[in-house]
Unconditional design. Structure first.
Length: 209
């Protein structure tokens, strides 16, 4: 049986690394079957329209960050309504990605506390993550600049987490800092820190129609 996460990657035609390191193993269905799922998956695809490209990009980003349609639209609307300030003159497209990056489950993943965003989401939901010393079990919680994030002692006892933390130090984006098992948001996320191949402008144009 093909993993549902592999199907999501195949549906958009790109590897989204939804399973972390397991996406690099030969067992990954996307490596074996990079074409789209379904009976017409191997058929030659026609050139996509601008609308289709925007829709596909939106689906890709939604799946990458593990958010639902309503949530994603809320992130876009919040980014569009926010006016530039002296502190931040980011464009709506950049603010959209910044909002997704500041999600607690993503911060846990970016800090190297979890193999993937879905694992980070589980850790948060099960009460294994603290923000400024207080447990937070809401994956969508927006971590603010200056706040610290760490795993609980119970989480540190989980074999897979213990093994991950014992491995080489994670390469952190510039807006995060980490010392041992305590992470901190030092600034707002920057576009250049997001390595995933995302065309945020296609999303903006899709919602602007």
């Amino acid at each position: 049986m093909i993993d549902s996460k592999c199907k999501q990657c195949r549906a958009v035609g790109e590897k989204l690394f939804l399973k972390g390191e397991r996406c690099f193993t030969p067992k990954c269905a996307f490596i074996r079957r990079s074409y789209r799922p379904g009976v017409h998956g191997q058929a030659r695809r026609r050139a996509l329209s601008e609308f289709a490209l925007g829709l596909l990009e939106k689906q890709k980003v939604k799946r990458t960050y593990g958010v639902r349609e309503r949530q994603f639209k809320n992130y876009f609307e919040a980014a569009s309504l926010k006016k530039p300030s002296k502190v931040s003159a980011l464009k709506p497209a950049d603010l959209l990605l910044a909002g997704l990056e500041k999600r607690l489950d993503n911060v846990v993943y970016r800090l190297g506390f979890a193999f993937s965003r879905s694992v980070g989401r589980q850790l948060v939901s099960h009460g294994h993550v603290s923000v400024n010393g207080k447990k937070v079990n809401i994956p969508s919680y927006q971590v603010r600049v200056g706040e610290t994030v760490n795993l609980t002692s119970k989480a540190l006892g989980i074999p897979s987490i213990k093994k991950l933390l014992q491995e080489e130090e994670t390469r952190l984006p510039s807006w995060l800092k980490r010392k041992a098992v305590i992470g901190k948001v030092s600034s707002l996320p920057k576009r250049e820190d997001i390595a995933e191949p995302i065309s945020e402008q296609d999303i903006v144009e899709f919602y602007s129609r």
